[in-house]
Design a protein around this ligand. Structure first.
Ligand SMILES: Nc1ncnc2c1ncn2[C@@H]1O[C@H](COP(=O)(O)OP(=O)(O)OP(=O)(O)O)[C@@H](O)[C@H]1O
Ligand SMILES: [Mg+2]
Length: 505
């Protein structure tokens, strides 16, 4: 496990060096040093992982390495995030140096990691941890494999996943509500049917520059149908307080009451914004609410829910917003922006697509999946086939049943992609999944063919194809590479249905 994490960090550092062409010379040297040290330490991990069960000090040693690797990745992510704010990546690179001090003192942080790594190396000798890595001695070839990995192209996902279309009137109204000078902690609830874009809208508000600068403390909690209040409280505390070893240990000893009290205490002096996403029962918010103090400093809570009564009763004087469907123009815009090759859409195809998009009745999930499906089917005939199929299942109100679009998109997958997609059915609803873990699990299940290309790359290609088809959503990326993803509830239901039908689940 530690090994996997260390390799991840080494890879991230390498990617960072490749991408950050305008990095200051000293800083580049320090990051190179850090990467090489972590690479070196990796060769001692096997021994350490074996010895840690009999020796607490070695266990601590492994933990410290993990946390250094973690910190190194976190520093780069913060740096990239700050540098990328509101600017294109090219511009961001150019202004990194100028704004370096203001943004983040990376150099200082790395100095501190350097110190910790030197301590680690000293302890390694004291504890007698040796290099028993089975790959030891394969230096050059190993090294070149590593370089290949580091140089592997990372631009699998483009900005498509952060596309936010239309709803500008809604965004403005909600921002005004959230930013107004009302000291009382108030709740803004967004409600509407599944796939309407509540989470996407909340994410857009959460990331909006005005909100980022107005709320120094921000947290995102995803509740879903089967929630556990203690876990939600812990997640919130971790995202505010950081994931230090002390915090993690402390949280494990706490009862629900302690957690509530701790979070309350943590937030009482702060102006915070919390998004409580996908609430199904009123009780969920009721039990969390006690931990969110009203310090009369303008703190805000955004709740998203499919249920009107949850939205209406979240706060006596709160603001419930029923999210509207997209207009026809917005729907068409979303369809085109999600289409892989708009240029290849000849007029006959455009006319077919317009008919189909119209029947999605402004439901974004239906539109993005339809766009993903048509992106992989070239030509007028193929699009006509899709339309014919959908028209056979048209409902009384003349709209297309969303499950029909989702099913069609699933049926269009190759066998191996079907297997990969169905696999998402085993995870809990709304769970954010590490792309790296999914890839490993697919490989372990034997879904990924073994050929000339690295299996990880092939599996990553599968994930990206599911993303391009909008069957999987991107939650987070690092240098354009997906790091976290999830499957929309309605698609997860489909995966479960098909998986049970095919006796896979
Ligand atoms: N305004 C938008 N611009 C671009 N894409 C959108 C927009 N709204 C929604 N989408 C797309 O539609 C999909 C479904 O949206 P989302 O997950 O936000 O729905 P939801 O209302 O939160 O559904 P649920 O009730 O199931 O949680 C997302 O994958 C997103 O890609
Ligand atoms: Mg949602």
């Amino acid at each position: 496990m530690a090994d996997a994490f260390l390799s991840f960090a080494v890879q991230k550092l390498g990617d960072f060096l490749i991408q950050q062409i305008s990095l200051r010379k000293n800083l580049r040297k320090e990051i190179e040093w850090l990467r090489n040290e972590l690479l070196f330490i990796q060769s001692f991990l096997k021994d350490a992982e074996q010895k840690q069960y009999g020796d607490n000090r070695v266990q601590q040693w492994v933990f410290e390495i993990n946390s250094i690797a973690n910190d190194a990745v976190a520093i780069l992510e913060t740096y990239s995030f700050e540098a990328g704010k509101g600017a294109s990546r090219v511009k961001a690179c150019a202004c990194i140096c100028r704004k370096e001090k203001k943004f983040y003192n990376v150099s200082k942080e790395i100095q501190s990691l350097k110190q910790q790594i030197m301590d680690i190396s000293r302890k390694r000798e004291t504890y007698g941890i040796t290099n028993i890595n089975s790959n030891a001695g394969e230096g050059p070839s190993n090294q070149s494999a590593m370089v290949r990995t580091l140089r592997r192209t990372t631009s699998y996902v483009d900005d498509q996943d952060y596309i936010f279309v239309g709803l500008q009137d809604v965004v403005q109204a909600l921002l005004a509500q959230l930013l107004k000078a009302e000291p009382r902690r108030s709740v803004v609830s967004i409600y509407g049917m599944g796939g309407l874009g509540k989470t996407t809208l909340a994410r857009n508000l959460y990331r909006s520059p005005n909100m980022v600068s107005s709320f120094p403390t921000r947290a995102w909690i995803c509740v879903s149908q089967e929630y556990n209040t203690m876990d939600l409280l812990k997640t919130t505390i971790k995202s505010i307080q950081g994931r230090t070893k002390e915090t993690l240990q402390l949280l494990e000893t706490m009862t629900e009451g302690d957690l509530e009290f701790h979070l309350h205490d943590l937030l009482k002096e702060r102006k915070y914004l919390v998004v409580v996403d996908d609430v199904w029962q009123r009780e969920a918010w009721e039990s969390l609410k006690r931990a969110f103090p009203d310090g009369k400093n303008g703190s805000r809570v955004i709740i998203t829910t499919r249920k009107e009564d949850v939205a209406e009763r979240a706060d006596d004087r709160g603001f419930g917003h029923e999210l509207r469907f997209l207009s026809q123009e917005e729907s068409w815009d979303l369809f085109c922006r999600k289409l892989l090759d708009v240029g290849a859409m000849v007029p006959e195809m455009e006319s077919l697509a317009k008919d189909m998009v119209e029947k999605c009745r402004g439901l974004p999930l239906a539109i993005v999946v339809l766009s993903g499906l048509l992106s992989h089917r070239g030509g007028v005939d193929k699009w006509q086939e899709v339309k014919d199929h959908l028209w056979k299942n048209i409902m009384k109100d003349k709209s297309i049943e969303i499950s029909c679009i989702l099913s069609l998109s699933y049926n269009d997958l190759s066998t191996v992609l079907k297997q990969c997609f169905l696999y998402f059915g085993i995870f809990p609803e709304d769970q954010v999944l590490k792309a790296e873990n999914i890839i490993r699990l697919w490989m372990a299940e034997g879904f990924v063919p073994n050929g000339d290309e690295r299996m990880e790359d092939v599996a990553e290609g599968f994930l990206n194809e599911l993303i391009r088809r909008s069957l999987v959503q991107v939650v987070d990326t690092f240098w354009e590479k997906v790091t976290d993803c999830r499957v929309h509830d309605l698609l997860r239901d489909l995966a479960i249905k098909k998986g049970i039908g095919g006796k896979l689940l």
